[in-house]
Design a protein around this ligand. Structure first.
Ligand SMILES: [Zn+2]
Length: 372
């Protein structure tokens, strides 16, 4: 992530604001209780419009994801990421604030170009260092200055003051905001680390002329390349020691997030601060299901994936849901339901297993069944 100077608001964006803002204002003027489940489809308005202002956004961020600096274009499509989520935000303690930030769908300063991974990792999160500073619903841009965003804003903050890169492609935060930003956008995800490391290797072995080329604006992973370049030149004294401390703090931060739990003694804010989705399910010998593996990540889809279980009666649809619930509920839950392994095992199977991978956790949640 690098600091990017905002361009002027493109005329096409001003046009869209004129066209959709009055309608949105009318909708949000209706009291929440009268609206029921009805939602104003800002996204629909924007999706139709996104094609119109996408070229300006590509221009604004030099065709790179504003957060991870991966190059977008021919094979990787860019997404419009509303820095402050415009269709409601996830507040503290899992509270969903429905009317927050809709106005920012009409503010160019809130539109960022993002890759699919960063975009999907962030979802509707916009954590604050101090939740009590959260602006009121429908707040104007000028009223947002009191907020204390945890996320680094590539158009306001200088990310180099918060993030340090190592030669293996990893990144660590030197500040709390840096650490939260890495965690929310998933800036240490394996594929990205490999890409970054490859670029840094390339830089180290490049000719002087080629290095100058790689340091030009618009090149991928510029923040990391700049830092490594400084270190090679010996013009960043003490940075190695700072990096080591940052790595240790980042690891501690990540471990704390991983340990977060929804149990009564757990910290719900910690739990909510990380995106939690079921990424994969493996079931062996449970009920009518002999062997099943479901990959729910659907990495190549453009939108957040949605899955449906289809099958004739007795095919095992409910068994799958039951297996997930019991595995995630853990032993105390199964005990409360007075469930025994024998009740869950398939046919004459001697043993069975349910393994669930949840994002944000290194290890799978595993339920093992043994016939007794
Ligand atoms: Zn990205």
């Amino acid at each position: 992530m690098i600091l990017v100077k905002r361009n002027e608001v493109p005329p096409v964006f001003v046009e869209l604001e004129k066209r959709f803002l009055p309608e949105a204002e009318r909708f949000y003027a209706i009291p929440l209780a009268e609206r029921g489940q009805k939602q104003f489809d800002i996204k629909f308005a924007s999706r139709n419009s996104q094609q119109a202002f996408m070229p300006a956004l590509f221009d604004q961020f030099a065709g790179k994801c504003a957060y991870c600096e991966s190059t977008l274009g021919a094979s990787t499509k860019g997404h419009v990421d509303w820095f402050r989520p415009v269709t409601g935000v996830s507040g503290s303690s899992g509270k969903y604030l429905r009317d927050h930030y809709w106005r920012q769908a009409f503010e160019w300063e809130n539109a960022y170009l993002a890759c699919a991974e960063c975009w999907r990792n962030k979802t509707n999160r916009f954590p604050l260092l101090d939740e009590s500073t959260r602006a009121q619903a429908s707040a104007l841009r000028s009223e947002l200055t009191r907020e204390t965003p945890s996320l680094l804003d590539p158009c306001l903050d200088d990310p180099s003051e918060h993030l340090l890169f190592s030669r293996d492609g990893a990144v660590a935060g030197t500040t709390e905001r840096g650490r939260v930003t890495i965690e929310v956008f998933g800036l240490n995800r394996p594929g990205l680390k490999v890409d970054r490391q490859r670029t840094l290797n390339h830089f180290e072995h490049a000719t002087e002329r080629h290095r100058v080329e790689m340091l030009r604006a618009g090149q991928p992973y510029l923040a990391a390349v700049r830092q490594i370049s400084r270190r090679i030149a010996g013009s960043a004294p003490g940075e190695d020691a700072r990096l080591q401390t940052a790595i240790e703090l980042q690891q501690r931060f990540d471990t704390d997030k991983e340990r977060a739990s929804t149990a009564p003694e757990g910290n719900l804010d910690e739990w909510d601060s990380r995106k939690r989705v079921i990424e994969s399910i493996t079931i062996e010998n449970v009920g009518t299901v002999e062997s099943l593996q479901l990959d729910l990540l659907a990495k190549n889809t453009k939108r957040t994936p949605c899955f449906a279980l289809l099958g004739i009666n007795g095919a095992g649809k409910s068994t799958i849901l039951k297996a997930i619930a019991i595995a995630l509920g853990g032993r105390p839950y199964a005990r409360r339901l007075k469930l025994k392994s024998n009740d869950l095992l398939a046919g004459n199977a001697a043993s069975g297993r349910v393994a669930i991978r949840i994002s944000g956790f290194e290890e799978e949640v595993v339920l093992t069944l043994k016939r007794c």
